[in-house]
Ligand binder design. Structure first.
Ligand code: ADP
Length: 204
């Protein structure tokens, strides 16, 4: 399987690049933000808890999001050559849980892609997106809060992945195409050893 984490601050372009990666490498795109927004639209109990937190720029609790991700992984694992995890993990606890989930399913994480964009540009992108996205967390006050939480709670996962040689930083300040070309090069240079096979699912 080819399993990839795509990380980066809010507005770094995770969703856009994930869609391109999923399409080219035939991976299941799991976006925890999208999964939570679906729960909100459906009006589930999880959705109600998530809505109150997301609209204020806070993260949802680790155990809630880890459970949701586990469910989605089990639902899709037999139908794809791997996964692109978009917006997960966002804490070190989640990063450890993801490694456990993959190991328990006979596979592992192939690499982590970290999209880097400078703060001024992130704020401009999110603010612009807020004018059309309809997302109630794309307003200036919430954008600042999300960036602060990103630096405090999510950025530490970088060291977690550096320690295990799975970390790849990519600057995403030029164009969607240039960023994707760099990502393709990184993915195409993965050694077969890192495409851990899962006997119960399709393999590359
Ligand atoms: P962005 O990266 O633009 O902030 P996402 O769609 O990835 O957007 O996430 C939107 C919100 O959903 C986050 O601000 C957070 O409140 C919640 N969320 C998404 N993924 C996670 C996660 N792995 N852990 C906790 N909260 C999450």
């Amino acid at each position: 399987m080819l399993n990839i984490v795509i990380s980066g601050a809010p507005g770094a372009g995770k969703g856009t690049q994930s869609k391109l990666i999923a399409q080219k490498y035939r991976l299941m795109h799991l976006s925890t933000g999208d999964i939570l927004r679906e729960e909100i639209t459906k009006g589930t109990v999880v959705g109600k808890t998530a809505d109150a937190l997301i609209s204020k720029g806070n993260l949802v609790p680790d155990d809630l999001i880890i459970d949701l991700l586990n469910q989605k992984f089990q639902e899709h694992k037999h139908f794809y050559k791997g996964f692109i995890f978009d917006g997960f993990p966002r804490t070190v606890v989640q990063a450890i849980a993801l490694d456990e989930l993959l190991i328990n399913n006979g596979t592992k994480l192939s690499l982590m892609l970290d999209l880097r964009v400078e703060e001024k540009e992130l704020i401009a992108r999110l603010f612009k997106r807020g004018q059309t996205s309809g997302r109630n967390d794309d307003n200036l006050e919430t954008i600042y809060k999300r960036l602060k939480i990103y630096h405090q709670v999510t950025e530490p996962i970088i060291n977690f992945y550096k320690h295990t040689q799975r970390y790849n930083a990519i600057s995403n300040t030029t164009s969607i195409e240039t960023c994707f070309k760099q990502i393709e090069q990184i993915i195409d240079s993965i050694k077969p050893f890192d495409l851990c096979q899962n006997p119960t699912s399709l393999i590359m």
